[in-house]
Design a protein around this ligand. Structure first.
Ligand SMILES: [Zn+2]
Length: 81
């Protein structure tokens, strides 16, 4: 399953649980990918008269968002920090 060269083989042989280490590394990578997805930028739009903020990951949706209260176009604020 894993192909090592002489140098990496030597290093792997020193480890007590190389397979376990590889598995944990893969799990870390998978978790990081999930976290990165969660951290996708969010955009905000604001209606000043109503003090209503709308936040969504879909930029187009937020740019064209209408206030749920007064039904006028909301001001696009850009990426939420
Ligand atoms: Zn409004």
């Amino acid at each position: 399953m894993i192909t090592l060269d002489p140098t990496t083989w030597e290093e792997a042989a020193k480890m007590k649980n190389f397979s376990g280490w590889v598995r944990s590394k893969l799990r870390e990578k998978m978790e990081a990918a999930v976290i990165a997805k969660d951290k996708a930028p969010e955009y905000a739009a604001y209606c000043e008269p109503c003090d209503v903020t709308a936040v969504n990951k879909n930029k187009w949706f937020v740019e064209h968002k209408y206030c749920p209260k007064c039904h006028t176009a909301m001001k696009f604020l850009g990426v939420v920090e």
